[in-house]
Design a protein around this ligand. Sequence first.
Ligand SMILES: CNc1nc2c(CCc3ccc(C(F)(F)F)cc3)c3[nH]c(N)nc(=O)c3cc2[nH]1
Ligand SMILES: [Zn+2]
Length: 378
Amino acid sequence: MTYDPATLGQFTITATDGAARRGSLVTAHGVVQTPIFMPVGTQGSVKALAPDDLDAAGAQIILGNTYHLYLRPGDDLLARKGGLHRFASWNKPILTDSGGFQVFSLKDIRKLSEDGVEFRSHHDGSKHFFSPEKVMSIQNNIGSDIMMVLDECVAYGADYDYTAKSLELTTRWARRCRQAHPRHKNGQLLFGINQGGFFKDLRERSLAQLAEIDFDGFAIGGLSVGESIPEMYDMLHHIAPLMPRDTPRYLMGVGTPLDILEGISAGVDMFDCVLPTRNARNGTLYTSQGKVNIRRAEYREDDSPLDPLCPCYACRTFSKAYLRHLYVAQELLSYRLNSLHNITFFLTLARQAREAIEQGRFAALKAHYQDVFAPAKD
Ligand SMILES: CNc1nc2c(CCc3ccc(C(F)(F)F)cc3)c3[nH]c(N)nc(=O)c3cc2[nH]1
Ligand SMILES: [Zn+2]
Protein backbone atom coordinates (compact mmCIF):
# COMPACT_ATOMS: atom_id res chain seq x y z
CA MET A 1 0.00 0.00 0.00
CA THR A 2 1.18 3.56 -0.50
CA TYR A 3 0.58 6.10 2.27
CA ASP A 4 2.02 9.48 3.20
CA PRO A 5 4.08 9.12 6.40
CA ALA A 6 3.46 12.80 7.08
CA THR A 7 -0.31 12.32 7.50
CA LEU A 8 -0.36 8.70 8.80
CA GLY A 9 -2.28 8.47 12.08
CA GLN A 10 -3.71 11.98 11.76
CA PHE A 11 -7.15 12.24 13.46
CA THR A 12 -9.18 15.25 12.43
CA ILE A 13 -12.45 16.29 14.08
CA THR A 14 -14.64 18.03 11.49
CA ALA A 15 -17.80 18.56 13.59
CA THR A 16 -19.11 18.13 17.13
CA ASP A 17 -22.62 17.93 18.59
CA GLY A 18 -22.43 18.01 22.39
CA ALA A 19 -19.70 15.51 23.29
CA ALA A 20 -20.28 13.56 20.06
CA ARG A 21 -17.48 13.96 17.45
CA ARG A 22 -17.44 13.55 13.69
CA GLY A 23 -13.92 12.81 12.52
CA SER A 24 -11.57 10.94 10.22
CA LEU A 25 -8.47 8.82 10.90
CA VAL A 26 -5.69 8.33 8.33
CA THR A 27 -4.45 4.74 8.15
CA ALA A 28 -2.04 3.07 5.73
CA HIS A 29 -4.95 1.42 3.89
CA GLY A 30 -7.22 4.43 3.73
CA VAL A 31 -9.01 7.13 5.69
CA VAL A 32 -11.62 5.94 8.21
CA GLN A 33 -14.69 8.13 8.81
CA THR A 34 -15.85 8.24 12.47
CA PRO A 35 -18.01 7.44 14.39
CA ILE A 36 -17.53 4.00 12.92
CA PHE A 37 -18.76 0.45 13.43
CA MET A 38 -16.08 -2.23 12.76
CA PRO A 39 -17.33 -5.71 11.74
CA VAL A 40 -15.64 -8.52 13.66
CA GLY A 41 -13.67 -10.95 11.52
CA THR A 42 -12.05 -13.13 14.19
CA GLN A 43 -10.20 -15.52 11.88
CA GLY A 44 -9.67 -13.14 8.99
CA SER A 45 -13.22 -13.40 7.72
CA VAL A 46 -16.48 -11.73 8.76
CA LYS A 47 -18.53 -14.90 9.10
CA ALA A 48 -20.60 -15.76 5.99
CA LEU A 49 -19.61 -12.55 4.17
CA ALA A 50 -17.04 -11.94 1.41
CA PRO A 51 -15.09 -8.68 0.89
CA ASP A 52 -17.43 -7.58 -1.90
CA ASP A 53 -20.44 -8.02 0.45
CA LEU A 54 -18.64 -5.91 3.05
CA ASP A 55 -17.79 -3.28 0.42
CA ALA A 56 -21.44 -3.17 -0.70
CA ALA A 57 -22.55 -2.80 2.93
CA GLY A 58 -20.19 0.17 3.40
CA ALA A 59 -17.63 -1.44 5.73
CA GLN A 60 -14.54 0.74 6.03
CA ILE A 61 -12.46 -1.41 8.42
CA ILE A 62 -12.68 -4.94 9.82
CA LEU A 63 -11.28 -6.54 12.97
CA GLY A 64 -8.99 -9.55 13.22
CA ASN A 65 -7.60 -11.33 16.23
CA THR A 66 -4.00 -11.98 17.19
CA TYR A 67 -4.91 -14.98 19.36
CA HIS A 68 -6.88 -16.81 16.68
CA LEU A 69 -4.65 -15.93 13.72
CA TYR A 70 -1.50 -16.88 15.65
CA LEU A 71 -2.92 -20.33 16.35
CA ARG A 72 -4.42 -20.74 12.86
CA PRO A 73 -3.17 -20.27 10.11
CA GLY A 74 -0.13 -18.90 12.02
CA ASP A 75 1.30 -15.40 11.85
CA ASP A 76 4.46 -16.79 10.19
CA LEU A 77 2.35 -18.17 7.33
CA LEU A 78 0.53 -14.81 7.07
CA ALA A 79 3.89 -13.04 6.81
CA ARG A 80 4.96 -15.41 4.02
CA LYS A 81 1.68 -14.62 2.19
CA GLY A 82 2.32 -10.88 2.37
CA GLY A 83 0.09 -10.22 5.39
CA LEU A 84 -3.63 -10.55 6.13
CA HIS A 85 -4.78 -7.87 3.64
CA ARG A 86 -3.37 -9.84 0.70
CA PHE A 87 -4.22 -13.27 2.16
CA ALA A 88 -7.89 -12.33 2.69
CA SER A 89 -8.10 -9.98 -0.33
CA TRP A 90 -9.28 -7.15 1.93
CA ASN A 91 -7.55 -3.95 0.77
CA LYS A 92 -9.10 -1.57 3.33
CA PRO A 93 -7.99 -1.01 6.96
CA ILE A 94 -7.73 -3.85 9.50
CA LEU A 95 -7.58 -3.48 13.29
CA THR A 96 -6.28 -6.43 15.33
CA ASP A 97 -6.95 -7.02 18.99
CA SER A 98 -3.88 -8.11 20.97
CA GLY A 99 -5.30 -11.42 22.09
CA GLY A 100 -5.29 -10.40 25.77
CA PHE A 101 -9.05 -10.55 26.10
CA GLN A 102 -9.32 -13.85 24.25
CA VAL A 103 -6.62 -15.50 26.40
CA PHE A 104 -8.23 -14.20 29.60
CA SER A 105 -11.59 -15.50 28.35
CA LEU A 106 -10.04 -18.99 28.17
CA LYS A 107 -10.39 -19.06 31.98
CA ASP A 108 -8.18 -21.55 33.85
CA ILE A 109 -6.02 -22.70 30.96
CA ARG A 110 -3.74 -19.69 31.39
CA LYS A 111 -1.03 -18.43 33.77
CA LEU A 112 -0.28 -14.72 34.26
CA SER A 113 3.18 -13.35 35.12
CA GLU A 114 5.11 -10.07 34.85
CA ASP A 115 6.51 -11.19 31.54
CA GLY A 116 3.22 -12.11 29.91
CA VAL A 117 0.60 -14.84 29.86
CA GLU A 118 1.00 -18.57 29.27
CA PHE A 119 -2.03 -20.34 27.82
CA ARG A 120 -3.13 -23.53 26.13
CA SER A 121 -4.56 -23.56 22.61
CA HIS A 122 -8.33 -24.17 22.49
CA HIS A 123 -7.62 -26.26 19.37
CA ASP A 124 -5.18 -28.90 20.64
CA GLY A 125 -4.21 -27.94 24.20
CA SER A 126 -0.63 -27.05 23.18
CA LYS A 127 1.19 -24.53 25.41
CA HIS A 128 1.91 -20.96 24.21
CA PHE A 129 3.21 -17.71 25.69
CA PHE A 130 2.20 -14.12 24.85
CA SER A 131 4.54 -11.36 25.99
CA PRO A 132 4.03 -7.74 24.95
CA GLU A 133 6.90 -8.13 22.49
CA LYS A 134 5.39 -11.35 21.08
CA VAL A 135 1.98 -9.84 20.36
CA MET A 136 3.65 -6.87 18.67
CA SER A 137 5.60 -9.26 16.46
CA ILE A 138 2.44 -11.22 15.60
CA GLN A 139 0.55 -8.04 14.68
CA ASN A 140 3.54 -6.95 12.58
CA ASN A 141 3.29 -10.24 10.68
CA ILE A 142 -0.47 -9.84 10.27
CA GLY A 143 0.19 -6.35 8.97
CA SER A 144 -2.84 -4.71 10.61
CA ASP A 145 -3.24 -0.94 10.25
CA ILE A 146 -4.17 -0.52 13.92
CA MET A 147 -2.56 -2.72 16.60
CA MET A 148 -3.68 -3.05 20.22
CA VAL A 149 -1.35 -3.41 23.21
CA LEU A 150 -1.34 -6.57 25.34
CA ASP A 151 -3.55 -5.87 28.34
CA GLU A 152 -5.30 -7.70 31.17
CA CYS A 153 -9.07 -7.29 30.95
CA VAL A 154 -10.00 -7.92 34.61
CA ALA A 155 -13.13 -9.96 35.19
CA TYR A 156 -16.35 -8.22 36.21
CA GLY A 157 -16.46 -8.12 40.02
CA ALA A 158 -12.65 -8.10 40.49
CA ASP A 159 -11.82 -6.38 43.82
CA TYR A 160 -10.07 -3.01 44.19
CA ASP A 161 -6.63 -4.41 45.11
CA TYR A 162 -6.52 -6.90 42.25
CA THR A 163 -7.74 -4.28 39.79
CA ALA A 164 -5.17 -1.72 41.01
CA LYS A 165 -2.28 -4.21 40.64
CA SER A 166 -3.59 -5.35 37.24
CA LEU A 167 -3.73 -1.87 35.74
CA GLU A 168 -0.10 -1.27 36.74
CA LEU A 169 0.88 -4.46 34.91
CA THR A 170 -1.19 -3.43 31.89
CA THR A 171 0.63 -0.07 31.85
CA ARG A 172 4.06 -1.76 32.07
CA TRP A 173 3.00 -4.03 29.20
CA ALA A 174 1.79 -0.98 27.23
CA ARG A 175 5.24 0.64 27.62
CA ARG A 176 6.92 -2.57 26.44
CA CYS A 177 4.60 -2.71 23.41
CA ARG A 178 5.50 0.88 22.55
CA GLN A 179 9.21 0.08 22.86
CA ALA A 180 8.82 -3.07 20.73
CA HIS A 181 6.93 -1.22 17.97
CA PRO A 182 8.61 2.09 17.02
CA ARG A 183 6.08 4.81 16.10
CA HIS A 184 4.38 4.00 12.76
CA LYS A 185 6.79 1.19 11.90
CA ASN A 186 5.69 -0.22 8.48
CA GLY A 187 2.65 2.06 8.56
CA GLN A 188 1.07 0.43 11.62
CA LEU A 189 -0.66 2.53 14.31
CA LEU A 190 -0.72 1.49 17.98
CA PHE A 191 -3.54 2.08 20.50
CA GLY A 192 -3.31 1.91 24.29
CA ILE A 193 -6.10 0.28 26.33
CA ASN A 194 -7.56 1.87 29.48
CA GLN A 195 -8.35 -0.54 32.31
CA GLY A 196 -9.24 -0.07 36.01
CA GLY A 197 -12.44 -2.10 36.22
CA PHE A 198 -15.41 -0.23 37.74
CA PHE A 199 -13.34 1.98 40.06
CA LYS A 200 -13.29 5.56 38.78
CA ASP A 201 -10.03 6.51 40.53
CA LEU A 202 -8.29 3.46 39.04
CA ARG A 203 -9.65 4.27 35.57
CA GLU A 204 -8.23 7.80 35.90
CA ARG A 205 -4.88 6.40 37.13
CA SER A 206 -4.70 4.01 34.15
CA LEU A 207 -5.54 6.84 31.76
CA ALA A 208 -2.95 9.22 33.26
CA GLN A 209 -0.24 6.56 32.91
CA LEU A 210 -1.19 5.68 29.32
CA ALA A 211 -1.48 9.34 28.28
CA GLU A 212 2.27 9.69 29.00
CA ILE A 213 3.02 7.05 26.34
CA ASP A 214 2.86 8.10 22.69
CA PHE A 215 -0.18 6.25 21.29
CA ASP A 216 -2.14 6.92 18.09
CA GLY A 217 -5.43 6.26 19.93
CA PHE A 218 -6.87 4.99 23.17
CA ALA A 219 -9.36 2.19 23.81
CA ILE A 220 -11.66 1.71 26.77
CA GLY A 221 -11.16 -1.93 27.79
CA GLY A 222 -12.74 -3.90 30.58
CA LEU A 223 -16.35 -2.98 29.77
CA SER A 224 -19.10 -5.14 28.30
CA VAL A 225 -17.82 -7.96 30.50
CA GLY A 226 -21.12 -8.87 32.16
CA GLU A 227 -21.88 -5.63 34.03
CA SER A 228 -25.34 -4.05 33.92
CA ILE A 229 -26.12 -1.41 31.29
CA PRO A 230 -26.29 1.41 33.93
CA GLU A 231 -22.84 0.35 35.27
CA MET A 232 -21.37 0.38 31.75
CA TYR A 233 -22.95 3.75 30.87
CA ASP A 234 -21.86 5.28 34.18
CA MET A 235 -18.20 4.34 33.64
CA LEU A 236 -18.37 5.23 29.94
CA HIS A 237 -19.63 8.74 30.63
CA HIS A 238 -17.02 9.15 33.35
CA ILE A 239 -13.92 8.10 31.45
CA ALA A 240 -14.59 9.00 27.77
CA PRO A 241 -14.52 12.78 28.29
CA LEU A 242 -11.23 12.44 30.22
CA MET A 243 -9.48 10.67 27.32
CA PRO A 244 -7.22 12.71 25.02
CA ARG A 245 -9.43 14.81 22.71
CA ASP A 246 -7.25 14.79 19.61
CA THR A 247 -6.85 11.01 19.22
CA PRO A 248 -9.54 8.39 18.50
CA ARG A 249 -11.46 6.73 21.35
CA TYR A 250 -12.37 3.05 20.83
CA LEU A 251 -14.90 1.30 23.10
CA MET A 252 -14.01 -2.39 22.84
CA GLY A 253 -16.73 -4.98 22.39
CA VAL A 254 -19.65 -2.54 22.36
CA GLY A 255 -22.39 -3.08 21.48
CA THR A 256 -26.10 -3.02 20.73
CA PRO A 257 -27.44 -0.15 18.56
CA LEU A 258 -28.44 1.79 21.70
CA ASP A 259 -25.07 1.14 23.38
CA ILE A 260 -23.27 2.47 20.30
CA LEU A 261 -25.40 5.63 20.25
CA GLU A 262 -24.80 6.08 24.00
CA GLY A 263 -21.06 5.68 23.41
CA ILE A 264 -21.11 8.27 20.61
CA SER A 265 -22.99 10.69 22.87
CA ALA A 266 -20.18 10.26 25.44
CA GLY A 267 -17.52 11.10 22.83
CA VAL A 268 -16.46 7.64 21.61
CA ASP A 269 -15.42 7.28 17.95
CA MET A 270 -14.95 3.54 17.25
CA PHE A 271 -16.98 0.42 18.10
CA ASP A 272 -16.87 -3.32 17.47
CA CYS A 273 -19.38 -6.02 18.34
CA VAL A 274 -20.13 -9.62 17.37
CA LEU A 275 -23.92 -9.07 17.66
CA PRO A 276 -24.69 -8.39 13.96
CA THR A 277 -23.20 -11.65 12.68
CA ARG A 278 -23.82 -13.75 15.81
CA ASN A 279 -27.50 -12.75 16.04
CA ALA A 280 -27.90 -13.19 12.27
CA ARG A 281 -27.11 -16.86 12.82
CA ASN A 282 -29.86 -17.21 15.38
CA GLY A 283 -32.44 -15.28 13.37
CA THR A 284 -32.43 -12.05 15.39
CA LEU A 285 -32.45 -9.24 12.84
CA TYR A 286 -32.09 -5.51 13.48
CA THR A 287 -34.40 -3.29 11.41
CA SER A 288 -35.46 0.35 11.26
CA GLN A 289 -38.70 -0.76 12.99
CA GLY A 290 -36.91 -2.66 15.76
CA LYS A 291 -35.75 -6.25 16.26
CA VAL A 292 -37.36 -8.96 14.11
CA ASN A 293 -37.11 -12.62 15.07
CA ILE A 294 -37.41 -14.15 11.62
CA ARG A 295 -38.21 -17.60 13.09
CA ARG A 296 -41.66 -16.44 14.23
CA ALA A 297 -44.64 -18.14 12.56
CA GLU A 298 -46.22 -14.74 11.88
CA TYR A 299 -43.73 -14.28 8.99
CA ARG A 300 -44.63 -17.60 7.34
CA GLU A 301 -46.64 -15.93 4.56
CA ASP A 302 -45.32 -12.39 4.93
CA ASP A 303 -44.47 -11.09 1.42
CA SER A 304 -43.02 -7.80 2.70
CA PRO A 305 -39.26 -7.11 2.75
CA LEU A 306 -37.44 -7.52 6.06
CA ASP A 307 -36.79 -3.77 6.24
CA PRO A 308 -38.36 -1.46 3.62
CA LEU A 309 -35.77 1.27 4.43
CA CYS A 310 -32.74 -1.03 4.06
CA PRO A 311 -30.71 -0.92 0.81
CA CYS A 312 -29.13 -4.35 1.31
CA TYR A 313 -29.44 -7.21 -1.22
CA ALA A 314 -31.50 -9.34 1.22
CA CYS A 315 -34.13 -6.61 1.71
CA ARG A 316 -34.24 -5.66 -1.98
CA THR A 317 -34.59 -9.23 -3.25
CA PHE A 318 -36.46 -11.47 -0.79
CA SER A 319 -39.57 -11.52 1.41
CA LYS A 320 -39.71 -12.19 5.14
CA ALA A 321 -41.48 -15.47 4.25
CA TYR A 322 -38.49 -16.63 2.22
CA LEU A 323 -35.93 -15.50 4.85
CA ARG A 324 -37.95 -17.36 7.48
CA HIS A 325 -38.06 -20.48 5.28
CA LEU A 326 -34.28 -20.42 4.78
CA TYR A 327 -33.76 -20.12 8.53
CA VAL A 328 -36.16 -22.92 9.44
CA ALA A 329 -34.70 -25.13 6.67
CA GLN A 330 -31.20 -24.33 8.02
CA GLU A 331 -30.06 -23.30 4.56
CA LEU A 332 -26.54 -21.78 4.46
CA LEU A 333 -27.99 -18.90 2.44
CA SER A 334 -29.83 -17.87 5.64
CA TYR A 335 -26.51 -17.10 7.37
CA ARG A 336 -25.33 -15.06 4.40
CA LEU A 337 -28.49 -12.99 3.89
CA ASN A 338 -29.16 -12.41 7.61
CA SER A 339 -25.50 -11.45 8.23
CA LEU A 340 -25.47 -9.14 5.22
CA HIS A 341 -28.58 -7.40 6.48
CA ASN A 342 -27.42 -7.02 10.13
CA ILE A 343 -23.97 -5.74 9.13
CA THR A 344 -25.65 -3.26 6.76
CA PHE A 345 -27.90 -2.11 9.63
CA PHE A 346 -24.98 -1.43 12.02
CA LEU A 347 -22.95 0.33 9.31
CA THR A 348 -25.99 2.41 8.33
CA LEU A 349 -26.52 3.37 11.99
CA ALA A 350 -22.93 4.64 12.15
CA ARG A 351 -23.37 6.57 8.89
CA GLN A 352 -26.61 8.14 10.19
CA ALA A 353 -24.74 9.14 13.35
CA ARG A 354 -21.99 10.83 11.29
CA GLU A 355 -24.61 12.77 9.31
CA ALA A 356 -26.60 13.70 12.44
CA ILE A 357 -23.50 15.10 14.18
CA GLU A 358 -22.67 17.16 11.05
CA GLN A 359 -26.22 18.57 11.13
CA GLY A 360 -26.41 19.10 14.90
CA ARG A 361 -29.30 16.65 15.38
CA PHE A 362 -27.56 13.69 17.05
CA ALA A 363 -29.78 13.84 20.17
CA ALA A 364 -32.87 13.45 17.96
CA LEU A 365 -31.36 10.42 16.18
CA LYS A 366 -30.55 8.81 19.53
CA ALA A 367 -34.07 9.50 20.86
CA HIS A 368 -35.58 8.03 17.69
CA TYR A 369 -33.72 4.74 18.08
CA GLN A 370 -34.47 4.61 21.80
CA ASP A 371 -38.12 4.48 20.76
CA VAL A 372 -37.46 1.93 18.00
CA PHE A 373 -35.51 -0.43 20.29
CA ALA A 374 -37.34 0.31 23.55
CA PRO A 375 -37.71 -2.95 25.53
CA ALA A 376 -41.07 -4.47 24.58
CA LYS A 377 -43.69 -2.97 26.90
CA ASP A 378 -45.33 -6.06 28.36
C1 LIG B 1 -17.69 -8.15 24.11
N1 LIG B 1 -17.13 -7.37 25.17
C2 LIG B 1 -15.82 -7.05 25.16
N2 LIG B 1 -14.96 -7.37 24.16
C3 LIG B 1 -13.74 -6.91 24.58
C4 LIG B 1 -12.48 -7.01 23.96
C5 LIG B 1 -12.36 -7.73 22.62
C6 LIG B 1 -12.81 -6.85 21.47
C7 LIG B 1 -12.62 -7.64 20.19
C8 LIG B 1 -11.64 -7.28 19.29
C9 LIG B 1 -11.44 -8.03 18.11
C10 LIG B 1 -12.21 -9.15 17.86
C11 LIG B 1 -11.98 -9.96 16.64
F1 LIG B 1 -12.47 -11.17 16.80
F2 LIG B 1 -12.54 -9.40 15.57
F3 LIG B 1 -10.71 -10.05 16.39
C12 LIG B 1 -13.20 -9.54 18.76
C13 LIG B 1 -13.39 -8.78 19.95
C14 LIG B 1 -11.35 -6.49 24.67
N3 LIG B 1 -10.08 -6.60 24.12
C15 LIG B 1 -8.99 -6.18 24.85
N4 LIG B 1 -7.75 -6.30 24.35
N5 LIG B 1 -9.11 -5.63 26.08
C16 LIG B 1 -10.33 -5.46 26.66
O1 LIG B 1 -10.40 -4.97 27.84
C17 LIG B 1 -11.51 -5.91 25.94
C18 LIG B 1 -12.79 -5.78 26.53
C19 LIG B 1 -13.90 -6.29 25.84
N6 LIG B 1 -15.21 -6.38 26.18
ZN1 LIG C 1 -31.38 -5.26 4.72
